[in-house]
Design a protein around this ligand. Structure first.
Ligand code: AP5
Length: 212
């Protein structure tokens, strides 16, 4: 199954994608993770895109499309998280799938208010060891030294108030209109993501025809 998990920053795309991956055995293609991995490796490309990431701006389309494309044909089943974010990327995705005679089966649109999203992102912590995401209130990281995840649990460089606002503005301007695009194709299912993590997971599983 080819699924796009769609929604504003902090809606829980990464959190819910991890649950879908576990349930469906699909590959998690998260463009934000691809960007951070490139930056961490310190490549020339990584240095070029770091500034966009840290300011909360979109990485230029041609770069992000080149980074994402190879992953689309590597696996039959995937959860695409963070892509597409504008019309040009949606078109590039359609063309890439046409080349391999495939299409997107479902788009899950997570919805929550900007106020909730800012609170969630400010409380997000990420494990440096495993990359797993936590929240200081809703899903606290284990005590440091826990065998499953040793941490440290750090704040992302783009989880500052200023960068969060920029990311949300960009979402409303460029990404949100894609809901209409996928709605017209009849493959969009919207989910109220303002509820607790487990309740949202239940709705997400229903949207892909699975029981939690
Ligand atoms: P990316 O990593 O994709 O960041 P993002 O879009 O800002 O999305 P987030 O990871 O912040 O949100 P999420 O919805 O995954 O939330 P999460 O599950 O972590 O991209 C980073 C950067 O890379 C971009 O700014 C851009 O520069 C570049 N980039 C990436 N893709 C690109 C593209 N296609 N084009 C151009 N540039 C691109 O949850 C957030 C927090 O809330 C966590 O702490 C979690 O524990 C908590 N939480 C989750 N669900 C709930 C719930 N139901 N209740 C309470 N708390 C919850």
């Amino acid at each position: 199954m080819r699924i796009i998990i769609f929604g504003p920053q902090g809606a829980g795309k990464g959190t819910q994608a991890a649950k879908l991956v576990e349930k469906l055995g699909a590959e998690h293609i998260a463009t934000g993770d691809l960007v951070r991995a490139e930056i961490k490796q310190g490549t020339e490309l990584g240095q070029k895109i770091q500034e966009y990431n840290d300011k909360g701006e979109l990485v230029p389309d041609e770069i992000i499309i080149e980074m994402t494309k190879p992953h689309l044909s590597e696996n039959e089943s995937w959860i695409l998280d963070g892509f597409p974010r504008n019309q040009a990327q949606a078109k590039a995705l359609d063309e890439a799938l046409e080349e391999i005679n495939e299409k997107v089966d479902r788009v899950i649109g997570l919805e929550a208010s900007d106020e909730d999203l800012v609170k969630r992102l400010s409380g997000r912590r990420q494990s440096e060891a495993t990359g797993k995401t936590y929240h200081i209130e809703h899903d606290p990281p284990p005590e440091e030294g826990n065998e499953e995840d040793v941490g440290p649990f750090i704040q992302r460089d783009d989880d500052t108030e200023e960068a969060i606002r920029t990311r949300l503005d960009t979402y409303h301007e460029q990404t949100e209109p894609l809901k209409e695009y996928y709605g017209e194709q009849g493959i969009l299912v919207t989910v109220d993501a303002s509820k607790g993590i487990d309740e949202v997971t239940e709705e997400v599983m229903k949207a892909v025809g699975e029981n939690k």
